[in-house]
Structures are given as C-alpha cells and as structure tokens.
Ligand binder design. Structure first.
Ligand code: NAD
Ligand code: UGA
Length: 474
C-alpha cells in the first residue's frame, strides 16, 4: 500500500467530492487529482463555466487548478487504476424501501463503488470513506475488496487499506471550512499497515492543515463521530426551537435566551439560532441512521432519545405553518402567500430537505397561491421539489398554484403575507424604503412571518406590517 500519495481519485462529484478534492488539488500542486462520476451531466458542468454546485470561492479554486492537476471525468476505471488513494464520496441517502425503510442508510452506491475498485485495480491502494456511513461500513468494504482482489502485473497480490475520513464542511461555507478545518479526522485499523495509510493521508492534509489538527482514531470511532457530530449539532437547533415555542407563549425573546445561555463558556453561542426548522441533506438522514443503528443494537431508549430531535424539527415546521394560517383569520384558501427563500440555508442553491418545501406543501394543501423568490435556486429545482413523484397531474396542479418570482418585490406584489424561509443577506439587509415599497404593493392588513429571526421587527412594524418572528412573543 502506498506510503506517499501522488495521485488521487475521488468517486462522486457532488457537494462534498467536488469542493473537497478541488481544494486538495489547489493546496497540493504535486498531486494529480481526478474527480469522477457516473453522471455525465454533472461532469460536463464541472468542466464548464457554470459549476454544478454554488459555493462562495469555489469558482476561483477550480479555475486555478482545472487542467493543471485537477480533472473531472466520467472514466471511472481509468482514474481508479491510476490512483494511489481513492476517496469514496458517493451519496448515502435514507432507504425508501426494504428493511430499515425511512431510517437506514442506502449503501448501494458505496458498495457499487467498492466493487468497481476491486474489479479494476491493478495495484495496491488506500481507500478512504468520505461519505457519511453507518458504524462498521468499512468492515463490509474490506470484505468485498479482499474477496475480489486480483494480482498485480508482477504477480504480487493487490492489497487495500481502508480509512475513514468523514467530512465536516457545511454548505455555503465549504471553501472556508476546507481551508481552515476545526479538525481532520482519520480512522484506521490499529495495525502497522493501517497506521501507515493514515499517515499517508495525513501527509496530504498537512500541505495546508497544521498537524495538531489531524486527529487519528480507530475506524469505528471515526465513523460514529461523524453521525455523533451531526446529531449533537441538530440537537442544539431542536433544543432552541423547543424553547422558541415557550418564548412565543410567554413573551420571552428567544434571541435573548440563546445569547444569555451562550455566554456560558460550557454551552457556547454557536448553533443556537432559532428557526422554522433545520433542513439540508444530512442532519435528518444521519440522525435517522443513528436511530436505526441504536435500535438494531437493542438500545431502544437511545434510539427514542435521538428520534425526538427529528420529531421536534417536524413540529417546528408545522407549528410555524399553523401560525400562518391561524393569523390569517384561519384560512389561506385562494390567498396569495409570498415565500422568500427556498434554499435550506443562505449562500447555497441546495434545497434538499429545505423547510420551505414542507411549508409550501402545507400552504398548497390549504389551497393558497404561492409566489416564491430565491436568489440562487432555479425554477426547475423548485418545481421538482414541489411535485410529488408518481402523481401524474401534480406538475400541472403545482404550476397553477405556484409562481416563481424574479425579486422580493415581484413575489410580494398583491400578497397577503410574506414568509421568510431562508436567511439570505438580501432579505436581512433590505432597507426601510424597500420594505415600504413592498408593503405598498401588498393587500391590507399585510402580514410578515420571519422564520429566521433576521428582520428588524420594530422597523417593519413602523412600516405597517403585522409581524410574527419565530421565538418572539406578540
Ligand atoms: P451528492 O448526491 O451531491 O453527490 C454524490 C455523487 O456520487 C453523485 O453525483 C452521484 O452521481 C455519484 N455517484 C453515485 N454512485 C456512483 C458510482 N458508483 N460511481 C461514480 N459516481 C457515483 O452527495 P453529497 O452531498 O456530495 O454527499 C456525499 C456524501 O458526503 C454523503 O454520504 C453525505 O452524507 C456526505 N456529506 C455531505 C455533506 C454536504 O454538505 N452535502 C457534508 C458532509 C458529508
Ligand atoms: C451540516 C454540518 O454543520 C456540517 O458540519 C456537516 O458536515 C454537514 O451538515 C453534513 O454532514 O452534511 P449543513 O447541513 O451544510 O452542514 O449546514 P448547517 O450550517 O449545519 O445548517 C443546517 C440547517 O440548520 C440549515 O437549515 C440551517 O439554516 C439550520 N440552522 C443552523 C439553524 O436553524 N440554526 C442554527 O443555529 C444553525
């Protein structure tokens, strides 16, 4: 197994594989990095001027190294053969059928990649789990690789070392997170070969990350730490959102409560922003995965404990939607609702599990008309997200009820209520004059529901809006 890495292949050119390996190429000009995917449209986009992932700073990174030591390709086999080290960075969504449906991770993309490596490799390699996977997935990967490994040209048996190297970047700040990670976690088997492989990967990161930030652990701890970190982060949001409900009922202000608690060094002030509910491709999926893991291990109380984090998140979204309906005199049927923001957070075009999707579906069931504006999400993506797969006439029904607007003002024209779903700076920094123009064009009374706690409620009340902000009493 290689002890120094000269060539890297990344299987999976998604939100993680693309940015992560582009940064490795930037920081390690002596390493050839090839990012491969079975989706030719995605690879074509990575090779074009409009990258398939929107991330501040990503364009610059790709522009500097693409064609130098960074390549995007659909030739998976060639890249596997050439590499000393292979990142497996494919999707691991929640299973939608079969055993563990709705909870367990669907590992068939990971397994397909592993089998591909086993069948085409002609030399020994380090295989790195970058995808978020259930604890002990590396053991299955090793069994597949060992059972299928062949012989190199010189007759020696090919061998593989498997490492776990979970990714902790957050979307919208991916490049910043990759340039200066809080830590790089590398899990390996506690053997001489395992440690040597971990050191080889560490050496790659040490081109820009201080060695003190690289934390080496056992394989299983590393795999579990990724699920644990996401569960702990999401748990903080559900905790503050549960307190937001109490704030609204009592007149306390959730921002003040969060600030007061966060001043305690043991608690800290990060990840305590109350919201309409968390979204994103991973928090829910990874906690469901942890719930399934705990249950499979016979740990029902543990499983129930983490499941509550998801249930609280569902409750937060529903509570907010109900508040809209009850405030608008208990009916929004045929009323026009403006939805500002569709991405699951600011500075990304990603809509996976976005709270806006749940809210819009709820408003549609109440037969409201919805106008949606998001600075980065495409019309196609919004329509796709609001269409139930398998419902034939659903797309047509969505088109009748939903309009995609081109600006805040456009979305709000003639609306009875504005709903802020994403904390885009454009909404946060809108001036009093802009809100006055919006107010003027709306039906009266004009309601504003701030699902992100970003607008100046005092100023908006001065303008004339009837404002409801999450976690803030009347
Ligand atoms: P993604 O869906 O954006 O990308 C995955 C890519 O893998 C897709 O383009 C798909 O076509 C490709 N792929 C699937 N099977 C393949 C195969 N056999 N050969 C080649 N390509 C294949 O997913 P993502 O958001 O990049 O997430 C990838 C993993 O990283 C997941 O396990 C996720 O949990 C984890 N993760 C995601 C984030 C995030 O912010 N999105 C952060 C940390 C960890
Ligand atoms: C999250 C983690 O932060 C990353 O460390 C992790 O690598 C990643 O999941 C992953 O495994 O995919 P991400 O989902 O991209 O990153 O974005 P976050 O910043 O964590 O936000 C997630 C959701 O929580 C968003 O909808 C955000 O608006 C919401 N949130 C966040 C709040 O409602 N309140 C907060 O205080 C923070």
């Amino acid at each position: 197994v290689p002890t120094h890495v000269k060539s890297i292949c990344c299987i999976g050119a998604g939100y993680v594989g693309g940015p992560t390996c582009s940064v490795i190429a930037l920081k390690c000009p002596h390493i050839k990095v090839t990012i491969v995917d079975i989706n030719p449209v995605r690879i074509a986009a990575w090779n074009s001027d409009v990258l398939p992932v929107y991330e501040p700073g990503l364009d610059e990174v790709v522009r500097e190294c693409r064609g130098r030591n960074l390549f995007f390709s659909t030739d998976v086999d060639a890249a596997i053969k050439e590499a000393d080290l292979i990142f497996v960075s494919v999707n691991t969504p929640t299973k939608t059928s079969g055993v563990g449906k709705g909870f367990a991770a669907d590992l068939h993309y990971v397994e397909a990649s592993t089998r591909r490596i086993a069948s085409v490799a002609t030399s020994s390699k380090i295989i790195v789990e970058k995808s978020t996977v259930p604890c002990r997935t590396a053991a299955s990967m090793r069994t597949i690789l060992e059972s299928n490994s062949t012989f190199a040209a010189d007759g020696t048996q090919i061998s593989f070392q498997i490492l776990s190297n979970p990714e902790f970047l957050a979307e919208g700040t991916a490049i910043r997170d990759l340039f200066a990670p809080d830590r790089v976690l590398i899990g390996s088997l506690d053997t001489q070969q395992g440690k040597a492989a971990a050191n080889a990967l560490s050496e790659v990161y040490e081109n820009w990350v201080d060695r003190s930030k690289v934390y080496q652990t056992g394989l299983w701890s590393s795999e579990l730490s990724k699920l644990a970190a996401n569960a702990l982060l999401a748990q903080r949001i559900s905790s503050i959102n549960s307190l937001a409900a109490i704030c609204e009922a009592t007149g306390a202000n959730v921002d003040e409560v969060a600030h007061a608690c966060g001043l305690d060094g043991r608690i800290g002030n990060k990840f305590l922003k109350a919201s309409v509910g968390f979204g994103g491709s991973c928090f829910q999926k990874d906690i469901l995965n942890l719930v399934y893991l705990s249950e499979s291990l016979g740990l029902k109380e543990v499983s129930d404990y983490w499941h509550q984090v998801i249930k609280m998140n569902e409750y937060s979204k529903e509570r907010f939607a109900r508040k809209v309906v009850s405030t608008l005199f208990n009916t929004i049927t045929f009323k026009k609702i403006a939805v500002l923001g569709f991405a699951f957070k600011k500075d990304t075009g990603d809509t996976r599990e976005a709270a806006a999707i749940t809210l819009c579906k709820y408003f549609r069931q109440e037969r409201a008309f919805i106008a949606i504006y998001d600075p980065k999400v495409t019309t196609n993506q919004i329509m796709l997200d609001l269409t139930e797969p398998g419902v034939v006439d659903d797309a047509e029904a969505v088109r009748k009820q939903v309009r995609i607007a081109t600006s805040m003002q456009d979305a709000c024209d003639d609306a009875e209520a504005v709903i802020i779903c994403t904390e885009w700076d454009e909404f946060k920094n809108a001036s009093k004059q802009e809100w006055e123009a919006i107010y003027k064009a709306m039906k009266k009374p004009s309601f504003l529901f701030d699902g992100r706690g970003i607008v100046d409620t005092k100023m908006l009340r001065e303008v004339g809006f009837k404002v409801h902000a999450v976690g803030k009493g009347p």
